[in-house]
Design a protein around this ligand. Structure first.
Ligand code: SF4
Length: 697
């Protein structure tokens, strides 16, 4: 009876970009339990284990409850907010005075609410004069964002989740949505068209096992296969000429390019038979509503932008875009990666604008009522250049928010050494125990999901509400409140007089969105958004009047000045680190479970979720390879690359191909092995291809 709720309220989950709504059960205004919201158009009454456990992780004993400062003995000790903010400003200012403002950078996240990440970007760049800032979306969605911008003219995933239910061919690439986005998979299962489900993935994942066809390609051969599919579709004249002529550019040049990408060449590269490639092309041709979906298997790839665009090309040439059940559809990772992509003010200016564009800078300055000279005229460095800048001595001070760089960034040992080289490292996080916080000079305790308000934008461009249903522990504060304090202590508070609350910031974002593709001027306020059950951008009409399921490009017009979409391509390239005699296996990394999230910073705090997943790191290995190496199931083994080594338990399973190993990304040790190499367009790390060896311990 003590916890019997007396009210409920609905809000969006704070883990993945599905954006499920959770019904929070309240007792005297505080959350005591939750269940999935049955009426919400995204999840229709469903939630995955992480969502069900979302409240429990707020109660973890290692929550950061006070600011912490490293003392002369090297220990983090509690200090007051006044001391912490004074230290923050004094040390960053003195670094800026000594080495210039380019010597300070920030790294943020796709997990803060949009209003906070926009405030952070405005404060850091327009207030504090920082030039370089990026987010952990560089690790997950940068490739998709870049591919869309180049192809469509704006970072615009065209779909709505209803498309999972309306397709008759669902083409999934590098996307294990059964566990990575389980509610989206439930939407696939509700499809009544008996769809062909074609999965392209080197591993026999849970999704591949449920597919009607699984193309178990060799890693990084996907681009050859998709060019070969284009080759066959053109050869057979299975293309939509009227759509191509009316709505696209570059098709004739693309036709000439893919002549060389024969099915035979793709079969050689991928290990998939010519007949299978031909039959997939036929299925795409015979489908009335074909949708192409991808996730990290494409994005985390040294040629990921071109792979994403090879899927976009297939959708364009067959006219599978802008209609129900179609699209070239990037499934986003984090709950607010889309907010970050458009509103973080890191490598792009607010609202999907460009720093180099004078008109864009004036638009932003006018809405924010700040001098236009405050807005940088050049892009920030991307994440890897910021990290590399520490090595070269160009970056001396770093502010990391709501992400765990020391765990998740590629080639971890090197990254940790570099973080130790900084003159000043500030970490702003919910927990003081993350690997990154443990290296910090100053830790600022932040409120988490459920302890503050704002909005997230999910994979299908839907804005959803986040509410304060718990008090933050101790002296922890919402990031928004921390930014307001920093602005005052820094001496630039007057610039941010309009940013009085998350909802006031939402009003600014609405104005900044006006006449942009992401226009949300039809959403009056949080109450209207809450009442409507979220709304997809664009939303220029009153939110109550717009359709709940909308897709882009229904009129065949895209966002480039000529309203056309571009065909884009490049030659395929070989993996930079091929397996050899010394390191004969190729290591794949990725999500291992529906019950853990990324670095387990939050989900690792839930006893329920911990029980659903092995606590200790494991490596999957093919039975034939295991026999040759003298390794049995559950043996302890050592896995080594040119960059590091880890000990793991062997899981002997045919879900990986011979010559390949798989280790989930959730474990602290995984990125000791990975090779730092990046897509040249998106600068996203390629986490899924490095050479390793494995030996019994
Ligand atoms: Fe839904 Fe993703 Fe949250 Fe699970 S983690 S409940 S799938 S939003």
């Amino acid at each position: 009876a003590r916890l019997k709720p007396d009210a409920t309220t609905d809000m969006v989950c704070g883990y993945c970009a599905t954006g499920c709504s959770l019904r929070i059960h309240l007792k005297e205004g505080e959350a005591v339990n939750l269940s999935p919201t049955s009426e919400y158009p995204v999840n229709l009454g469903m939630a995955c284990p992480k969502g069900w456990e979302a409240l429990s992780v707020l109660d973890a004993p290692d929550r950061a409850t006070q600011p912490l400062r490293r003392n002369a003995l090297g220990d983090l000790e509690p200090v007051t907010w006044d001391t912490a903010l004074g230290e923050f400003c004094d040390r960053f200012k003195s670094i800026g005075e000594a080495y210039g403002p380019e010597s300070i950078a920030f790294l943020s996240t796709g997990q803060m609410v949009t209003e906070e990440m926009a405030f952070l970007g405005a404060l850091a760049k327009f207030g504090m004069g920082i030039l370089h800032g990026d987010g952990n979306t560089r690790q997950c969605m940068a490739t998709a964002a870049t591919a869309y911008k180049q192809s469509f003219g704006f970072d615009a995933p065209p779909y709505t989740y209803q498309d999972f239910e309306e397709s008759d061919v669902i083409f999934l690439v590098g996307s294990n949505i059964c566990i990575a986005h389980p509610i989206m998979w439930e939407r696939v299962c509700r499809n009544k068209n008996s769809p062909e489900i074609i999965v392209v993935d080197p591993r026999r994942t849970e999704t591949a096992m449920a597919a009607t066809s699984h193309l178990a390609i060799k890693p990084k051969s996907d681009l050859s296969v998709f060019y070969a599919l284009a080759h066959i579709l053109i050869r057979e004249d299975w293309i939509d000429r009227p759509f191509i002529d009316a709505s696209t550019s570059g098709f004739d040049e693309f036709v000439a390019f893919v002549q060389q990408y024969t099915p035979e060449r793709a079969a050689e590269a991928s290990g998939v038979d010519v007949e299978v490639i031909e039959s997939v092309a036929r299925k795409i041709h015979e489908g009335k509503r074909v949708s192409f979906w991808w996730t990290m298997g494409v994005n985390q790839n040294y040629e990921g932008v071109r792979v994403a665009q090879s899927l976009i090309n297939l959708a364009l040439m067959t006219g599978n875009i802008g209609r129900p059940g179609t699209g070239a559809n990037s499934i986003t990772g984090q709950c607010n990666a889309m907010g970050s992509r458009i509103w973080s003010n890191t490598t792009g200016l607010l609202g999907g604008r460009y720093f180099q564009n004078a008109e864009h800078r004036h638009e932003v300055a006018e809405v924010l009522e700040i001098p236009v000279e405050r807005i940088p005229t050049e892009d920030s460095w991307p994440y890897h250049k910021i990290i590399e800048g520490i090595r070269t001595g160009e970056i001396k001070g770093l502010w990391i928010l709501c992400t765990n760089t020391a765990h998740s960034w590629i080639n971890q040992s090197d990254t940790r050494e570099l973080l130790d080289k900084l003159d000043f490292l500030v970490v702003q996080d919910m927990y003081h125990t993350t690997e990154t916080a443990q290296q910090a000079d100053l830790v600022l305790p932040a409120a988490g999901w459920g302890e503050k308000e704002g909005t997230f934008i999910n994979s299908e461009r839907r804005l959803g509400i986040v509410k304060r249903v718990r008090r933050p522990p101790g002296e922890a504060l919402p990031d928004f409140a921390i930014f307001r304090l920093i602005a005052e202590y820094w001496g630039c508070g007057e610039l941010f007089r309009q940013w009085t609350s998350p909802e006031a910031a939402f009003g600014l974002l609405k104005e900044l969105s006006r006449n942009r593709p992401c226009d949300i001027t039809g959403i009056d306020d949080y109450a209207a958004l809450d009442h409507a059950g979220g709304a997809q951008w664009p939303c220029t009409e009153p939110v109550a009047n717009v359709e709940q399921q909308r897709r882009l490009f229904t009129d065949g017009r895209f966002y480039h000045d000529d309203a056309r979409a571009n065909f884009l391509w490049d030659e395929t390239r070989a993996m930079p680190e091929q397996p050899d005699e010394e390191y004969p296996f190729l290591l794949l990394t990725g999500r291992g479970t529906a019950s853990q999230w990324h670095t387990q910073t939050r989900t690792g705090k839930s006893p329920v979720l911990r029980k659903l997943y092995p606590a200790n790191i494991y490596v999957e290995m093919h039975p034939a390879d295991a026999t040759l190496a003298g390794i049995a199931n559950y043996d302890e083994v050592s896995v080594r690359s040119r960059r590091g080594e880890l000990a793991a338990t062997a899981f002997v399973t045919p879900t990986v191909q011979r010559g390949q190993l798989f280790i989930p990304m959730h474990y602290e040790e995984t990125n000791r092995l990975t090779l730092p190499h990046f897509d040249p367009h998106s600068h996203q790390p390629s986490y899924k291809d490095c050479a390793v060896n494995i030996q019994p311990l």
